[in-house]
Ligand binder design. Structure first.
Ligand code: BES
Ligand code: ZN
Length: 591
């Protein structure tokens, strides 16, 4: 037996699954998917096949010809879930598993009508990354393998189903059910399987992109994301042809736990990006960039997650640089470098979790999610670029993507490739230290500008009396505000909070990046007048990027810890299981 992915029961010595044919009926009352999966193997095989399966109700397992396949749920693990062990008859090429998902399936988010923009219809969506596809379908849930898929999804009318696949039509029956069909011809790791069902319509944005959203949101979304085609063009110039045919986007209800998820052909986006000023489109650039770094060249396991996210953050900034210029891209870099520092400080600079190449055996990847693979990863890629020059690095990138397209690689495989293509550069930048050791090596590239430094000084000099000139600060961009608020000391005295709030109307801001950054300062300062707004945000929005710092600030202050507990008790039921799980951990730590 040889398992190569610490988060999957998949065994290297066994048959390989290459195609899934899914047939699901979505039950909004029981909160389950019921149906079957037909699995095709790469080559006919017999004997043991281990699949990942979590919280699944397995009903029966046969070959495609109907012969019974003995099975057992052989082992379960608190992080990996169950190991579904099949005993295949000789020469099995297809397997049919009839099953239903469990009520606690982590991949599934079920929303009540009042949690949607329209307020009339329920909504459901999946989130499979990193290791939750196994709660949706029994599979080899490791990014080391890829599958193509076809699907048939039956939902109550008038709801529409969309997937990370091409839609191939729909039929309605007389019982008020509609069946939607899909085909995903490009092979993907299972974490990119995705389904959403809701009252959805769409608006076209360009020849190969549209945005899906509820009718109440679609127009605003179309305006906010209108630049997507020019982003695809930029990305193609840098990384090579876009191979996924379409780049559509789906605006989720606010309970979506992430900013974006790069489901191929259909990126999922939080509605908090719709700020009315296109200030949050970096998330679109990011998810788009995954079409090359992540979806085409994929991390072999979560130990190599930085290959996905570090390269994608680098790529995201390249796209932003092309469209908005280098200042804009740099400012984003500085803001996220600041946010990285908070995560580094939380882990401690000697923590293994600050390595790029991690060893997450026995560790739940969701629990240790941080900006390390993102921003430390991007800093490392930037150093590579800086060491060889942009022109040579661009050649390397094209080569990297072309060499490993539709493959999954380990960090070690990446290092071998890098050494072959750009010999000596790794040593020149102290690269092994960057990849395999904790902390931040001393040779980070500095980023900054006079304007940036000015804003930072206003914030860091706060306690010495520095104050922004209201006339100037009212012209700041979202990013500039964010930077200023990030750099403010906390806690601030109540009078200072009041001055900031009254002068700049921060509690009333509709832009979530500014609002949450401010509310984090206000909550850490136990500034009473902002607390009702904190509660509102924690009730309305499920994006973990906002929940974690806000709950963190409340929990960290004895004056507001009880409030955190109270709010959570009130709204936890409406959170996605992932958000609920991660915040429950914080609440449990209150003494
Ligand atoms: N793939 C991630 C989201 C993710 C990571 C989901 C790990 C589950 C486990 C996605 O591409 C992402 O990074 N989203 C970011 C946006 C970004 C601009 C950094 C987010 O959600 O904030
Ligand atoms: Zn990402």
């Amino acid at each position: 037996m040889s398992r190569f992915d610490p988060h999957s029961w998949c065994d290297d010595g066994q048959a390989v699954v290459v195609h899934l044919d899914l047939d699901w009926t979505v039950d909004f009352i029981a909160h389950t998917l019921t149906g079957q999966v037909s699995i095709r193997l790469r080559e006919p095989a017999g004997g043991t096949l281990d699949l990942d399966a979590r919280d699944l109700d397995i009903r029966d397992v046969t070959t495609t010809d109907g012969a019974t396949i003995p099975w057992s749920m052989a082992e379960t693990d608190p992080i990996m879930g169950g190991r579904l062990r099949l005993d295949l008859p000789d020469d099995t090429s297809g397997i049919v598993i009839r099953y239903a998902t469990g009520a606690n399936a982590v991949a599934l988010g079920w929303l009540e009508p009042q949690q949607t923009a329209g307020g009339e219809h329920p909504f459901m969506f999946t989130q499979c990354q990193p290791i939750h596809a196994r709660t949706l379908v029994p599979c080899q849930d490791t990014p080391r393998h890829r599958v193509t898929y076809t699907a048939k999804v039956t939902v109550p009318a008038p709801l529409k189903a969309v997937m990370s696949a091409a839609g191939t039509g729909s039929e309605s029956d007389n019982d008020g059910q509609t069946t939607w069909r899909f085909d995903m011809p490009q092979a993907i790791p299972t974490y990119l399987l995705a389904l959403a069902v809701g009252n959805l319509t769409h608006a076209d944005l360009g020849p190969r992109s549209c945005v899906y959203a509820e009718p109440e949101t679609v127009e605003k979304a179309a305006w906010e994301f209108a630049e997507v085609e020019s982003m695809i063009d930029s990305a193609e110039r840098i990384f090579g042809p876009y191979v996924w045919d379409r780049f559509d986007m789906l605006v989720m209800p606010p309970a979506f736990p992430y900013g974006g998820m790069e489901n191929p052909r259909l990126t999922f986006l939080t509605p908090t990006l719709i700020a009315g000023d296109r200030s949050q489109v970096n998330v679109v650039a990011h998810e788009l960039a995954h079409s090359w770094t992540g979806n085409l060249v994929t991390n072999a396991t979560m130990n190599d997650f930085w290959l996905n996210e570090g390269f994608t953050v680098y790529a995201e900034r390249r796209i932003l640089e092309e469209i908005y210029g280098v200042e804009y891209a740099n400012l984003q870099g500085v803001i996220r470098r600041n946010a990285l520092q908070v995560h580094l400080d939380n882990f401690g600079l000697d923590s293994d979790l600050t390595k790029l190449r991690t060893d997450l055996e026995g560790i739940d990847p969701d629990e240790v999610f941080s900006l390390v693979p993102y921003e430390k990863g991007a800093q490392f890629v930037l150093l590579l670029e800086d060491a060889v020059g942009r022109k040579a690095f661009d050649t390397f990138l094209l080569d990297y993507i072309d060499t490993f397209r539709f493959q999954s690689i380990t960090t070690e495989e990446f290092v071998v490739f890098l050494e072959e293509k750009l010999p000596g550069v790794l040593d020149r930048i102290n690269g092994r230290h960057w990849i395999f050791d904790p902390g931040m090596p001393g040779n980070e590239l500095p980023v900054g500008s006079a304007r940036l430094d000015e804003i930072r000084h206003l914030a860091t000099g706060w306690l010495d009396g520095a104050r922004p000139d209201p006339a100037v600060a009212s012209t700041w961009s979202t990013d500039e505000w964010q930077l200023f608020l990030q750099d403010l000391p906390r806690a601030l005295p109540p009078d200072d909070c009041r001055w900031l709030d009254e002068t700049f109307g921060l509690t009333a801001k509709g832009n979530y990046e500014i609002l949450v950054e401010w509310l984090t300062v206000a909550a850490a300062s136990a500034y009473g007048p902002a607390l009702p707004r904190v509660r509102e945000v924690l009730t309305d929005v499920g994006r973990m990027k906002y929940l974690k710092p806000l709950y963190g600030a409340l929990v960290g202050n004895p004056q507001t810890a009880d409030l955190a507990r109270e709010i959570f008790a009130d709204v936890a039921d409406s959170y996605h299981p992932l958000s609920r799980g991660s915040i429950a951990g914080m609440i449990d730590k209150i003494v």
